[in-house]
Design a protein around this ligand. Structure first.
Ligand SMILES: NC(=O)c1ccc[n+]([C@@H]2O[C@H](COP(=O)([O-])OP(=O)(O)OC[C@H]3O[C@@H](n4cnc5c(N)ncnc54)[C@H](OP(=O)(O)O)[C@@H]3O)[C@@H](O)[C@H]2O)c1
Length: 235
């Protein structure tokens, strides 16, 4: 039975990843800081392990890795992410405009979106290398693309996802000798707490697409930015 580790698995895309991997018969390890009713309701729907800890607590992350021991992890899926303290869904670009940059908020966004996937990859790399799947995935965004930025704004989030792309590129190069594929995948613009109601995609469709891409990645894709539809995206 393959194993997937999913962060931010209590709602949004993370919860849908849990549903779909469970339905497919995977041992699904859901990392959350607060289990939701929707996640708890999936216990019994398959081989689900809920691991409750705050990703931004380094000691808690290390303890999670220690609990895993040497268990193989086929897919490490870094899904948890944040835009910052405002709500794009409710307030649009206003909280993310030029003129309101805040050091604490930038640190929070970079810590969760960039540092946590990096550190978790370091902590679990032996588990991933010991698996059949050998994939480390971090969800990125088209908002991190230089070429696709025609609207401006969203400074911390855009910068963090551009950093994710740079980080995953290095990881792809460094871990290729161990047979690991590392890639940033854009899930599309999806109706979630982060994406808001105006998003064109529903979570089941986006997640099914991302899962297809994860399954079909080859060493040739290593380090590329790929969309949920399987298309290479510009940096
Ligand atoms: N939705 C889109 O349109 C879209 C587009 C491109 C990329 N993405 C990316 O897809 C990923 C998932 O986004 P989503 O749309 O599902 O967002 P979401 O509905 O806002 O969910 C975000 C998840 O991250 C978790 N999280 C936030 N801060 C955390 C922390 N400090 N420690 C642990 N977990 C934390 C949240 O847990 P809590 O419930 O505990 O806060 C939640 O599970 C993100 O990386 C996002 O950047 C989304």
């Amino acid at each position: 039975m393959p194993t997937v580790v999913i962060t931010g698995a209590n709602r949004g895309l993370g919860l849908e990843f849990v549903r779909q991997y469970l339905a497919d018969g995977w041992h699904t390890i859901a990392c959350v800081r607060r289990p939701s009713e929707a996640l708890s309701a999936l216990e019994g729907a398959g081989h689900l392990t809920i691991s409750t800890f705050d990703l931004v607590d380094p000691a808690a992350m290390a303890a999670f890795a220690a609990r895993l021991g040497d268990a193989p992890v086929d897919v490490l899926l870094n899904n948890a992410g944040t835009m910052g303290r405002g709500s794009f869904a409710e307030q649009g670009l206003e909280p993310f405009r030029f003129g309101v940059a805040n050091a604490e908020e930038w640190a929070e966004v970079f810590h969760l979106n960039v540092f946590v996937p990096m550190k978790l990859a370091e902590l679990l790399v032996d588990n991933v290398a010991a698996s059949e799947g050998r994939r480390i995935i971090t969800l990125t965004s088209m908002l991190g693309s230089m070429a696709l930025n025609t609207l401006g704004g969203l400074y911390a989030y855009r910068a963090s996802k551009a950093a994710v792309n740079a980080m995953m590129r290095s990881m792809a190069i460094d871990l290729a000798p161990r047979g690991i594929i590392a890639a940033p995948i854009h899930p599309g613009w999806v109706k979630t707490g982060l994406g808001g109601d105006r998003a064109p995609l529903e979570a089941p469709e986006a997640v099914a697409g991302v899962r297809r891409v994860i399954a079909s990645l080859t060493p040739e894709n290593n380090g590329q930015v790929v969309s949920y539809a399987g298309e290479a995206m510009p940096w």
